[in-house]
Design a protein around this ligand. Structure first.
Ligand code: SAH
Ligand code: SF4
Ligand code: F3S
Length: 454
């Protein structure tokens, strides 16, 4: 690959840039830890690195195409010593989906590594430095996790991938092809990793998976348990104050997990439960295997367990065959659910997925754009209303970063809202505040007490 460039030297510094979902962010952190473990230095930006890892996302066309413009931009700059361009690795879901096609399309890429193979990155870097082909998109049965070094990540809020892959095969989605079949990491490994994160300063851990609530494992007695069992085990980890999880599928929303929202104090009152559409025929065509009614019934049970829970969701508009009536049904389910936050997307046909073959029923772009605008207006209204209803509440914030103004910090409420507050308490503290103002994307709070960070 990349023949014709100046002879390469082994890169001394790296920069990992992640796109897409939180699982990719987690993978990016682990790749950085792996390269650091091999003695490479973290560069402050892609411009200063000898090796740039683009950890890519394939979910929509725009996301996937962005990679190529990034590669072009990075390849244009000369290396620090004025010599060769930096080494470029394409990792993540585009790497998995396109594989060798990437190096056919651009000669600037030195390494292609899939999401299940990145523990081999140091070896691939060495190969590329020798001018050899460095492509690994294997999906081995053996877990990459055991081949990775221990966690070093230091942050008040940390990600922990507990489950990977997807067996759901929604007809629009590339994830089952880029991430492979559903697997759950063993409970013991997860508790160890959680403890390492807490020892490094994490107060909050977000459990991640493409279908996180499909996680299964064994308890100490060897009995099979679901995600609620893992959550209850993590509840006992000293020093951990908050637990979250994302993303869930309605079909794996067990009563055990719903009950955990009622009685596990560390489990935060927030649930990201995508529905995608409110129309049953469209849900069927999407192969979502739930209906609008069954989704609403789950929301009702979740709210019975935890009345103040913030519900968040994902939506796709303009799926092939979506009529005005189908779209109205989506607006109806949004009204019936009342979301605290949501992400909505215009359908993007993806190569190799069944929905991409339904091209005789594609919705014209102007109609899809109009629907997206209307849906987003409603969702924004609901988000604003949710934030407004929080004003006057007394709650706890986990301080995560500095704000723009001197003395200002930004923390997260239990409902995952960003709250600005003036305080000298250090990042990572838990502080009691009264919420005093609300905008669409953030709130303002005033300190009542510093609760000491436990
Ligand atoms: N596993 C999660 C998230 C998958 S990807 C789930 O099942 O919900 C995140 C979101 O991207 C999806 O929820 C969906 O709303 C959106 N998405 C996936 N494929 C898409 C496509 N082809 N076009 C537009 N949006 C898509
Ligand atoms: Fe994609 Fe559906 Fe799997 Fe989510 S559940 S990752 S949308 S196939
Ligand atoms: Fe994108 Fe892959 Fe995540 S396609 S959304 S990075 S699983």
């Amino acid at each position: 690959m990349s023949q014709g460039t100046t002879t390469k030297t082994a890169p001394q510094s790296y920069f990992v840039k992640s796109f897409g979902c939180q699982m990719n962010v987690y993978d990016g952190e682990r790749m950085a830890e792996l390269l650091g473990d091999k003695g490479m230095q973290a560069a402050a930006s892609a411009d200063e690195a000898d090796l740039v890892v683009l950890n890519t996302c394939h979910i929509r066309e725009k996301a996937a195409e962005k990679v190529y413009s990034d590669i072009g931009r990075i390849a244009k700059r000369a290396g620090k010593d004025g010599g060769a361009k930096p080494m470029i690795a394409v990792a993540g879901c585009v790497a998995q989906a396109e594989g060798a096609e990437i190096v056919r399309r651009t000669k600037d890429v030195d390494i292609v590594v899939g999401p299940q193979a990145y523990h081999n990155l140091p070896e691939l870097v060495a190969k590329a430095a020798r001018g050899e082909s460095a492509l690994d998109t294997d999906m081995p049965a053996a877990s990459k996790f055991s081949a990775l070094p221990g966690r070093k990540k230091q942050a008040p809020s940390a990600f922990l991938t507990v489950q990977e892959g997807c067996d759901k095969f929604c007809t629009y989605c590339v994830v089952p092809y880029t991430r492979g079949a559903e697997i759950s990491r063993p409970r013991g490994d997860l508790i160890d990793e959680a403890k390492a994160l807490v020892d490094a300063g994490a107060k909050e851990i977000t459990l991640l998976g493409q279908n996180v609530n499909a996680w299964t494992g064994e308890d100490e007695a060897g009995r099979e348990q679901g995600l609620d069992g893992l959550i209850r085990a993590l509840d006992r980890v000293e020093g951990l104050a908050r637990i979250r999880y994302t993303t869930s599928h309605p079909n794996d929303m067990t009563q055990g997990l719903i009950d955990a929202h009622g009685d596990v104090a560390k489990l935060m009152p927030y649930l990201h439960l995508p529905v995608q559409s409110g129309s049953d025929p469209i849900l069927k065509a999407m192969n979502r295997s739930h209906a609008a009614e069954s989704y609403l019934a789950i929301i009702e049970r979740v709210r019975a367990a935890r009345p103040d829970i913030a519900i968040s969701g994902d939506f796709i508009v303009g799926f092939p065959g979506e009529s005005d009536e189908d779209f109205e049904a989506t607006l109806d389910i949004v009204r019936a659910t009342s979301y605290a936050q949501a992400f909505s997307f215009k359908y993007s046909p993806r190569p190799g997925t069944p929905a991409a073959e339904m091209d005789d029923t594609f919705v014209p772009a102007e109609i899809a754009d109009d629907r997206l605008q209307r849906l987003q207006a409603l969702l924004n209204e609901q988000q604003q209303a949710f934030n407004q209803a929080s004003v006057g509440k007394t709650t706890t914030l986990l301080l995560e970063r500095n704000g723009k103004k001197p003395g200002q910090k930004i923390g997260k409420s239990p409902w995952l809202q960003s709250v600005h507050v003036e305080t000298d308490a250090p990042i990572g503290s838990l502080v009691e505040v009264e919420l005093v103002s609300a905008g669409p994307n953030s709130l303002g709070g005033v300190i009542i007490a510093e609760s000491g960070g436990s």
